[in-house]
Write a protein that binds this ligand. Sequence first.
Ligand code: GTP
Ligand code: SPV
Ligand code: MN
Length: 601
Amino acid sequence: MNNPAPAISPPKGIGDAKPTNQAVLDWVHEVELLAQPQNIFWCDGSDRENDFLLDQSCRQNVLIKLNEQKVPRSYLHRSNPNDVARVEQFTFICTPTKEEAGPTNNWAEPAETYSKLTALLKGAMRGRTMFVIPYIMGPPDSPLTKVGFEITDSKYVVLSMRIMTRMGTVALQRLGNDPKAEWNRGVHSLLELDPTRRFICHFPQDNTIISVGSGYGGNVLLSKKCLALRIGSYLARKQGWLAEHMLILGVESPEGKKHYVAAAFPSACGKTNFAMLIPPAHFRGWKVTTVGDDIAWMQIRNGRLYAVNPENGYFGVVPGTSYKSNPNAMKSISHDTLFTNVALTDDRDVWWEGKDGPPPKHAIDWKGHDWTPDSKEKAAHPNSRFATPMRNNPVLDPDVEKGEGVPISAIIFGGRRSDTMPLVFQSSDWEHGVYIGATMASETTAAATGVVGQVRRDPMAMLPFCGYNIGEYFRHWLETGKRLTNPPLIFNVNWFRKNADGKFLWPGFGENMRVLKWIIDRCEKTGGAVESPIGWVPSPHDLDLEELDVEHKCIVEILGIDHEEWRRELADHKKFFESLGGIVPDELLKQCEKLAARFNS
Ligand code: GTP
Ligand code: SPV
Ligand code: MN
């Protein structure tokens, strides 16, 4: 098999930003002895380094340079067709005991797993360059910020990490020379991209991640799902904060009153779109700004929850992105963007299903094959992605670098549900809100390998990302509520409910502002609602639906609670809790009983 990552030799002054912290040097040396790379490239995150790596990646066909006039300074990467999404079945939490990982994670014994991975990594980087990437997660002056190092043999990983994290010198400075300082160790090797030798392993007690055999984002950008969520959630519980799969947005009224909300939707269920929402014309003077589109780290200050976005860029779903659905994303990805698995047009522009305008008459699809509109296959992979710096976002929130974070007024849970779940409802209190999050479900998407469209329980959108026992995680949420004197209100939304013909009842995207406005009204204690067995639901006149082109009967339908569907839903909540085997906190079991009682009264 061809070496998927041949070595490069940088000129003097590039690739030699060797850190001075002895603990880092010792660890890199250990990995070097094991993986036996041809050379080591110490990254500093500079423009010069980036330009060099882009050039080398084009020469080695790792990247294709796009049309400079159409998408300046942007590139296309095609991953191996067997390697296009997260692999949940090969993702492991390697805690000393199985109980610590809990029933929702794949557990593997740490010592055995280290041996297995050591064997796989032995000589794995022969003929390759080993890159050492220093990075931080979080704004430089935040108390939550974490330092990480990722060792990788993939140039694509280095280039992506520079977009997705604050990388290079800033991290070396933050770490300093204390050999006892805390930092995350990440080792990644493509190996031969063999799906049978693909493992994403987390050792929370060692603050270590080892990922082999994949080149796909979520499996290999170790800062993101691996550190910021799996290891992050483990550290968060120990240290008393929250690491969540949530977007963070700011919403400002025409009078200048601003609220921040955080929302947990599972993968490919609308976080990036919601975080960049443009209010419809009717909401003149309202402004939505993005703090983050995927991950929120939240801590308590003065009895309130404050959130920071630990990331520096967006790794977003491409298909469906257009000037109609998400103009701010389109502007963000119009330059300085790394595309993965989209189609390439004959004039070296990028194309995907759902992009504005007619499809090209001919293109090269994501696998590198000829494609025409008559082709049966999709031109872009359904989980094709962009990596773009958050600085490209025209509505980036001005407080995105604020170390203390932004105060959260509301938390929103939401999944992709064709039925049962109404457009929006509000929990009666924190504990009920935690129940709503804990029992969340969503149809599976192309973001992970496996069947698409199957409803599964995905508590707080963290099923694939919680780095410890989910029962303990629920308890941590309940305990956090007790420490909050001014807790965020908790809501649930569903943009994806369908009518009997299988059509979406709600137009979604910018129109979601109407739901967001109701949520803000509830925070301001001005919004109306009706009490229902599942919580507070707006009646149609509580929502601002002016200038919305949706039939009244659809609004009634999407706000409706079908008791037959909810009987099934409730049975499924019970089944889910039972499947977790005695780890669910009593408070949540009681919430379940209370919900049943409300339906029966
Ligand atoms: P990850 O990056 O995987 O965590 O995904 P995400 O939660 O950020 O989802 P994203 O915003 O990228 O949206 C995923 C898909 O859902 C895209 O195809 C969107 O076009 C679609 N989508 C997003 N918002 C809406 C909405 O309000 N209504 C409908 N019908 N589709 C939406
Ligand atoms: C997700 O799947 O939730 C993502 C994309 O945000 S990935 O980084 O690949 O996990
Ligand atoms: Mn995500």
